[in-house]
Write a protein that binds this ligand. Structure first.
Ligand code: T1G
Length: 699
């Protein structure tokens, strides 16, 4: 018996309970404990059947990710699972919470599986740049068939207990896991059910053996968005081994593929990202144990694009909101957009057909700011000018109840300024969602000078509750993400003046793994927004201004840096743009030069990393990994590259500093001079990872 795995007997039933908080991860101690208890139960002549269950909030949620990259400790998981599967006595896995990764692989090596109705079962290894490494790719196709197995293993998303029952992954849905498991074990004994070893059951593989397109079509569907990633393709190949090879051979090839991935740069980056996301939810400088305020009622001000998207995020999480507008017309329009969005998703099968109506019912649309009076959290998403924000917060101070958290969704305005409009600056902070707010996961939680610790903890906790990824940032122009993006945009503009074309710059950035380049992004957002702001500030940007003066605002006018065919959002290079650039450069007496892709990549990424260093120096972000979380979840930074600061450490800070210094001189741009922190780290021979201990957990 070990500290983390206990064995007890209820007459002829042995109950093995894993207790390794917080998620019963399969550490070496857990693996050893399970093996020891299974062997004892098998050896005990009184025992006729065995139940494997877990204490705490969940069944085993996988291998212990912190063990990866370290020398493996015995027993190996495959060794434990072989003893379980070959047990002469039936073993029942009793599942609750989430049975994920190695956890589901343990359950698959049992002869029977039962689960509570809220349980979720999945093999998410691919999200860590891995594939199931303990038989999951060989046993799951035998349990549910290759098609669903590909969906679960290559996609990485769990299925519900109901779906697991329907597809034969579990035998029954039970009440409490241990009691249900024990009752099922007694049923197995009473009915003298033969042991079901998945390794020996090829019945569900027959169809795909006869018609391989069942498998290949499923793979094609699940790898459509896997551009640049290694694991999804390796995981799909491993399911193929289950169809093509005898079990033991398939198991061997799965292990080889797993070991290759676990050592890969991509998986190291994805495991880093997993922990970085969780670290970001721990707010630096907030006293340990600070509790969130109770949030039962939420009010959102503004039913425009952002307000509507934010309201949808709450309704998607089943949380009712009061949506406030200044007039019935605006309210009706906003509600209509939400209804349309949900109906489009339901039509695609993304949510159940009855979900749009259910979610619309959670949104109470009203007119008048006084409707915030019962809200525990108010999120303002009105027009992005300081004057309007100040007006709204002055009103909120009047109508909102004491202790309500007052959040602004501003993407760059000064929260300290906004807080001054209230007598309760301790309750004011930013919750900067990213458009489309019902889709993008990032929420920058902006900490103002007087924001109270528990207000911050409340915002982080509610963000996680609506399935967002929070990152706490400080007050400055653009906070973290947009402040770094501005540096990239500046260099992108300059590259056009030096001879590169929009399509060349964007191609380099998308090849790197970003979802789109700076010019396609500009066309999407609308070039007129920047044009108006430049005119307000008396700033010229010859090429961008020339495009706008020609009415080329981007997708909204069918032409911008690119041209767009009617009804299509695909950016097409436009010779007229090249002509406009040439004319502008001639007028400015400038000549185009050939710009290499390598220079473009360096000038797109290194200035952003330099700005990240300045953000850390100014404590606008507490950790380099928080900056990475912002870019992974707010801008689509490729997960297999970990984030800009993680990637910078892989490239090497000395190289980056040297190239920045070169471009600063070459293009006469002092803003490209390496930041003091960057120079210090180079001098000390360190990387950004040395700045916070958290990165070591993610290594
Ligand atoms: N290993 C180590 N620590 C883990 C962990 C894991 N598998 N899962 C979670 N944690 C920590 C997490 O860092 C956090 O720590 C705390 O537990 C609570 O997590 C052989 C090789 C289970 C759905 O990918 O998806 O099995 O911050 O904040 O929101 O084939 O955790 O408190 O210090 O996320 O309630 C496969 C990963 C592994 C599942 C719970 N399994 N975990 O979500 O809590 S690879 C996974 C999750 C594998 C096999 C392969 C979620 C959760 P701290 P949390 P949550």
């Amino acid at each position: 018996m070990s500290e983390v795995v206990k064995l007890e007997r209820q007459d002829v039933i042995a109950i093995i309970t894993v207790n390794n908080p917080p998620v019963n991860a399969l550490s070496a101690a857990v693996r050893g404990g399970i093996l020891e208890c299974v062997n004892s139960a098998i050896a005990d002549p009184e025992v006729k059947a065995i139940v494997l269950t877990c204490a705490g909030r969940t069944f085993i949620a996988g291998a212990d990710i912190t063990e990866f990259g370290k020398p493996p400790k015995p027993p190996g998981l495959n060794e434990v699972l072989a003893v379980m599967e070959n047990s002469p006595k039936p073993i029942v896995a009793a599942i609750h919470g989430t049975s994920l990764g190695g956890g589901l692989e343990v359950a698959l090596a049992c002869h029977f599986r039962v689960a509570t109705k809220e349980a979720k079962l999945g093999l998410p290894e691919v999200k860590l740049g891995l594939l199931p490494g303990a038989g999951g790719t060989q046993r799951l196709p035998r349990a549910v068939g290759p098609e669903l197995a590909v969906k679960m293993i290559v996609g990485g998303d769990p299925i519900s207990a109901a779906e697991a029952l329907k597809n034969g992954l579990i035998e029954e849905i039970v009440e409490g896991p241990a009691i249900g498991g024990e009752a099922f074990a007694r049923k197995v004994l009473a009915e003298k059910r033969p042991l079901r070893k998945l390794r020996d059951d090829n019945s569900k593989l027959a169809a795909a053996k006869a018609d391989r397109s069942i498998f290949t079509n499923a793979v094609a569907a699940m790898t459509k968005r896997a551009r640049g990633l290694e694991a999804p393709f390796a995981a799909a190949d491993a399911v193929g081994y289950a169809i093509d090879l005898p079990f033991d051979e398939g198991l061997k090839k799965e292990r080889e593929a797993f070991l290759k991935l676990v050592a890969s740069d991509q998986s190291k980056a994805q495991r880093y990202a997993f922990f970085a996301e969780r670290e970001a939810a721990k707010i630096a400088g907030v006293p340990e144990g600070t509790k969130p305020r109770n949030v039962e009622r939420v009010a959102i001000i503004g039913a425009g694009t952002m307000g509507g998207g934010i309201a949808m995020s709450f309704a998607n999480a089943g949380i009712p909101v009061t949506l406030i507008e200044t007039g019935e017309e605006q309210l009706k329009r906003g509600m209509g957009v939400m209804q349309k969005n949900w109906e489009a998703t339901a039509a695609r099968g993304g949510i159940p057909a009855d979900a749009p109506a259910k979610r619309m019912a959670l949104i109470n649309g009203v007119v008048g700011l006084d409707n915030v009076k019962d809200a525990d959290l108010v999120i303002e998403a009105v027009f992005e000018t300081m004057a309007v924000k100040k007006e709204v917060f002055g009103q909120l101070d009047k109508f909102a109840k004491p202790g309500a958290v007052l959040a602004s969704n501003t993407s760059y305005l000064n929260i300290d300024e906004i807080a001054k409009e209230t007598k309760r600056p301790q309750d004011v902070l930013g919750m900067h969602f990213f458009s489309p707010a019902n889709v993008m996961k990032l929420c920058e939680i902006v900490r103002a000078a007087k924001t109270a610790p528990d207000a911050l903890v409340t915002a982080v906790s509610i963000a996680r509750k609506i399935a967002k990824v929070p990152a706490v940032v400080g007050v400055c122009d653009g906070f973290v993400g947009n402040r770094m993006l501005a540096q990239r945009g500046k260099q992108a503009e300059k590259l056009l003046f030096e001879g590169a074309l929009p399509q060349q710059v964007d191609a380099v950035v998308t090849k790197f793994g970003m979802p789109m380049g700076p010019f396609a992004m500009g066309d999407l957002a609308g070039l007129d927004i920047g044009w108006r702001s430049r005119k307000d500030r008396g700033i010229k940007s010859e090429i961008a201004d020339a495009l706008c003066e020609a009415g080329r605002f981007g997708q909204k006018t069918g032409k911008g840096y690119y041209k767009y065919e009617a009804g299509s959002r695909a950016p097409l290079p436009d010779p007229d743009v090249e002509k406009l650039i040439d004319e502008t450069l001639t007028r400015l007496g400038r000549k185009r030069r050939a710009v290499s892709d390598e220079e473009i990549l360096e000038r797109m990424m290194y200035p952003m990393i330099n700005e990240g260093a300045k953000i850390l120096e100014e404590s606008i972000a507490a950790r380099p990994s928080d900056i990475d979380v912002v870019w992974l979840y707010g801008y689509g930074w490729p997960i297999y590259r970990g984030g800009p600061m993680y990637w910078a450490d892989q490239v090497g800070l000395k190289h980056i500093a040297d190239r920045l210094a070169f471009y600063a001189k070459e293009t006469n741009d002092p803003s490209l001079e390496p930041a003091p922190l960057l120079k210090r780290l180079v001098a000390e021979g360190k990387g950004f990872a040395s700045l916070t201990a958290s990165s070591s957990k993610a290594a």
